[in-house]
Design a protein around this ligand. Structure first.
Ligand code: HEM
Ligand code: HEM
Length: 177
């Protein structure tokens, strides 16, 4: 069977981004959110989260551009048009949600004066809470949506690989194209 693969740059970026995004989702929801803004540790966690978030935005836009420039394998099919449509919508949905996540994160950071507090060394205190800022609400809601869509995407990939046994994962791995 002839194997068609994604361009190695798209493969490398996919796995780097998957790691960074899942890590940021987990860190945001399980640690960052739980630490009060009055805690001395908060700035340290915010610094890591903001750097990872902006890196995710830049790499996602790069990946999206390379995706259209490089030859891509023909679309994978389940044999059912409805499921194939869900797969395509999920992929575009993931790109969109990641960009919106990072966008609302940057908007929140700017409104709350974080660049100066977190990186400027001004020593100014963090606002008492982020909940008064609109983008904070959007950032939280989008995070739940992204978790749900990423879970669907991962389960679907595992179903292809181990249920249908169509070697889908090899399309997103390195090797002869
Ligand atoms: C362990 C977790 C993951 C696995 C096993 C996985 C697996 C895959 C596979 C096999 C493909 C290729 C599908 C095809 O050939 O049609 C793919 C594509 C894709 N994955 Fe993942 N993925 C994972 C995590 C993620 C995460 C966290 C994101 C982003 C939130 C993501 C975003 C995408 C996108 C946008 C595509 C479409 C590629 C394109 O056409 O540009 N993946 N994934
Ligand atoms: C795709 C990238 C990003 C992901 C996946 C992500 C994920 C998260 C998550 C899951 C939370 C907790 C939300 C909740 O459970 O309500 C959060 C909070 C937050 N994120 Fe992000 N984020 C990203 C990008 C950014 C960026 C680029 C910035 C700023 C430059 C940022 C700044 C913040 C801030 C300030 C909070 C609030 C923390 C708190 O309420 O104490 N995020 N993020």
């Amino acid at each position: 069977m002839k194997t068609y693969r994604y361009h190695p740059l798209l493969v490398g970026l996919h796995w780097l981004l998957a790691f960074l995004i899942l890590f940021s989702l987990a860190m945001g929801a399980f640690s960052l959110k739980e630490i009060a803004n009055s805690s001395p540790d908060k700035v340290f966690y915010l610094r890591g989260h903001m750097i990872a978030g902006v890196l995710i935005l830049v790499l996602t836009l790069l990946r999206f551009a390379v995706r259209f420039a490089a030859a891509r394998p023909p679309s994978a099919t389940t044999g059912k048009r409805f499921l194939d449509m869900i797969a395509v919508s999920t992929h575009y949905g993931l790109y969109l949600l990641v960009v919106l996540m990072a966008g609302t994160g940057v908007a929140l950071a700017l409104q709350a004066g974080l660049p100066d507090i977190v990186f400027g060394g001004s020593g100014a205190p963090l606002p008492e809470s982020f909940s008064i800022f609109g983008p904070r609400l959007a950032h939280g809601v989008l995070a739940k949506l992204l978790m749900a869509l990423a879970a669907l995407h991962i389960l679907a990939a595992l179903y292809h690989q181990f249920g249908k046994r169509d070697r889908l994962l090899s399309r997103m791995w390195f090797g002869r194209r």
